[in-house]
Design a protein around this ligand. Structure first.
Ligand SMILES: Cc1cc2nc3c(=O)[nH]c(=O)nc-3n(C[C@H](O)[C@H](O)[C@H](O)COP(=O)(O)O)c2cc1C
Length: 340
């Protein structure tokens, strides 16, 4: 299937036919969840952010974060850091771990990261941006991509400058989250600002921020003229939204909301994936947030949440989730899937 709304683009040896990208989200878009999302039409996957200084420490957790599933290619491993030496080492490590592309994070707003002048803090130091990007592009054979915000704050927005620096440094695709660092996740993403980046360069630009359905994806494309769309928070508890955006891109009708049985099938598959990948102890912590998201807006969800949240025994969590999701009839699910 190709996209009717967007032509797709070439990235190294790959052609991204349907430029629908799953946003990297730390603690959320791990392999267990990406496996779920892939089937809804994601054309390009990105792992959660991995700190470049973590890669040579040999932690099992870092290895798990970089693990790619056999069927999720083409996929990026995302790295963050500000020291060109550490970032290039991390990029080589990512390629050794099977990354088709290496994505560099210059958008993370978290204080701990920004204090080390990494993530979105890099945007305040344009020469440093160029140094890091050039070093990584030189160090690996695969395409290097970049994810940014529109600047540090309103007074210092520099999305066009950074886009030009990226292109000149050999970056092959740019993702723009249309917020400044100062906005964190507040206010609205500026799709106009994404358009400024798009107009400044000829590499593919992916628009990101506040896509919640097919219609908003179409609107972002209209306003920004972006070459692809990235969906983040809207997929939490609602991977079906990806199918809706996919349908919008490929000119198909909006898919029906999942039935109760389809919803439960995804929940149980996700829980099983979590247990297999992380072990049941870690899985029970992660399942708490995912399963609560899946139940958001459904009948009796507050009551269910109250019970589920305090459980620690994995088998009990599976049992209560099954009882809850299978107790919902079809009516409870219609339309709600897209409201999550
Ligand atoms: C919990 C959470 C974790 C995130 N982790 C990352 C990350 O690891 N790397 C990154 O580039 N962006 C990260 N982001 C930002 C998202 O990729 C995306 O840019 C942002 O959520 C805006 O898109 P949305 O409005 O579709 O959610 C994260 C966002 C959230 C909410």
């Amino acid at each position: 299937m190709t996209s009717k709304l967007l032509p797709g683009f070439k990235l190294g040896n790959h052609h991204i036919d349907v430029p629908l990208v799953l946003a990297p989200m730390a603690g959320i878009t791990d392999l267990p969840f990406r496996k779920i999302c892939k089937r809804f039409g994601v054309g390009l996957m990105v792992t959660e952010m991995i700190a470049s200084r973590a890669v040579d420490m040999g932690r099992e957790r870092t290895e798990r974060m970089a693990e790619l599933g056999g069927d999720e290619h083409p996929a990026s491993i995302q790295i963050a850091g500000s020291d060109p030496q550490f970032v290039t080492e991390a990029a080589r490590w990512a390629v050794d771990h099977g990354a088709d592309f290496v994505d560099i994070n210059m958008g993370c707003p978290v204080k701990k990261i920004c204090k080390q002048t990494a993530g979105s803090a890099m945007l305040r130091d344009e020469p440093l941006v160029a140094r890091v990007l050039e070093a990584v592009v030189k160090a690996v054979d695969v395409p290097v991509t970049l994810k940014i915000r529109t600047g540090w704050d309103d007074a210092s927005k520099n999305v066009e400058n950074i886009a030009r620096i990226a292109e000149a440094s050999g970056i092959r695709m740019l993702t723009v989250h249309g917020r400044t660092r100062a906005q964190m996740f507040h206010g609205h993403a500026s799709w106009e600002d994404i358009g400024l980046a798009k107009a400044a360069v000829s590499i593919p630009v992916i628009g990101n921020g506040d896509i919640v359905d097919g219609e908003s994806a179409r609107e972002m494309i209209r306003i920004s003229n972006c070459d692809g769309v990235m969906v983040g928070r809207a997929v939490q508890g609602n991977p079906w939204v990806l199918g809706e955006v996919y349908a919008a891109l490929t000119g198909q009708p909006r898919p029906p909301a999942p039935t109760a049985a389809e919803r439960w099938a995804i929940v149980i598959e996700h829980m099983n994936n979590l247990a297999e990948h992380h072990g049941t102890q870690c899985a029970s912590k992660l399942a708490r947030k995912h399963v609560l998201w899946y139940s958001k807006g459904l009948r009796g969800s507050a009551d269910f949440r109250g019970h589920f949240q305090v459980m620690t025994d994995w088998q009990q969590m599976l049992d209560i989730a099954e009882r809850y999701f299978l107790s919902l009839d079809e009516e409870d699910h219609s339309e709600l899937a897209y409201a999550a």
